[in-house]
Design a protein around this ligand. Structure first.
Ligand code: SAM
Length: 236
């Protein structure tokens, strides 16, 4: 059995062994939806977008409703299999999935108009962000965008941060590194509504552990407030 040593390692186990649980968790609606904000603020019509860490395809499918084409990049084959299955079931033809990682993008130089990374974690930031940014600058055409969305610093697990009681990844380092590259950012608040205690336990609770499950049941929680940070750069 795999052991859970770090938060990153816990998410890796989720992606590899429980992609359906991740997909159910990621499918719980947010109000407002961050993808609506992205689509409104970044021009995607007639654009080719590379969606890094596309997981089961949630972000890629949302982007593909507005872009000309989306190429989803994902290292975990269990997640990719579900994404491909969903694309086939939904007959989505302008999304393609490729196995790969942020640090080594399987596409030619200057071949895409934008790169997105929607809740794709770069950890540790000082080791994984510089090679990713170098790759992103290689593959995005001049004038194109790099758009990254992550949980805002201090908001790991949303408003249950103190209950979950994990030492979260150091997102402040992510800010420092990306600001050096010229990224700007803005924060975005949204409520995720699970609809029932039972559903929140089997998705959010399953991911964040026993103490969190006890808290959800005791307080009859069905909603979580999240703060996301959208970081973006126009490529020169
Ligand atoms: C939280 S999920 C987000 C999935 C999707 N973007 C969504 O919105 O539902 C993060 C994904 O990033 C992937 N990932 C982790 N490290 C990565 C890396 N170095 N390069 C590309 N993807 C990575 C994980 O396997 C996982 O599927």
């Amino acid at each position: 059995m795999p052991t859970i040593d770090t938060i990153e390692n816990r998410w890796d186990i989720l992606y590899r062994d429980y992609p359906e649980v991740y997909d159910e968790f990621a499918s719980v609606p947010y109000s407002p939806e961050i993808m609506d904000f992205i689509i409104e603020h970044f021009e995607l019509a007639h654009k080719v977008v590379l969606d890094i860490g596309c997981g089961t395809g949630k972000s890629a499918f949302a982007l593909a409703e507005h872009a000309e084409k989306v190429v989803g990049i994902e290292p975990e084959s269990a997640m990719l299999n579900l994404a491909r299955q969903f694309a086939q079931d939904k007959k989505i033809v302008n999304v393609e999935f490729k196995e790969g990682s942020a640090e080594r993008l399987p596409v030619p130089d200057k071949s895409v108009d934008a790169i997105s990374g929607i809740t794709t974690v770069f950890c540790p930031a000082d080791k994984s962000l510089p090679p990713f940014i170098a790759e992103a600058l290689r593959v995005v055409r001049p004038g194109g965008k790099i758009i990254l969305v992550n949980i805002a610093p201090g908001w790991y697990a949303g408003d249950l941060h103190d209950v979950v009681n994990d030492s979260a990844p150091n997102d402040r380092l992510t800010d420092e590194i990306l600001q050096d590259y010229g990224f700007e950012y803005r924060d975005f608040d949204a409520i995720q509504d699970y609809g029932s205690v039972e559903k929140m336990v089997r998705t959010y609770g399953f991911i964040f552990g026993r103490a969190t499950i006890d808290y959800i049941k005791h307080n009859q929680k069905t909603r979580v407030l999240w703060r996301s940070r959208i970081r973006y750069l126009t490529v020169g």
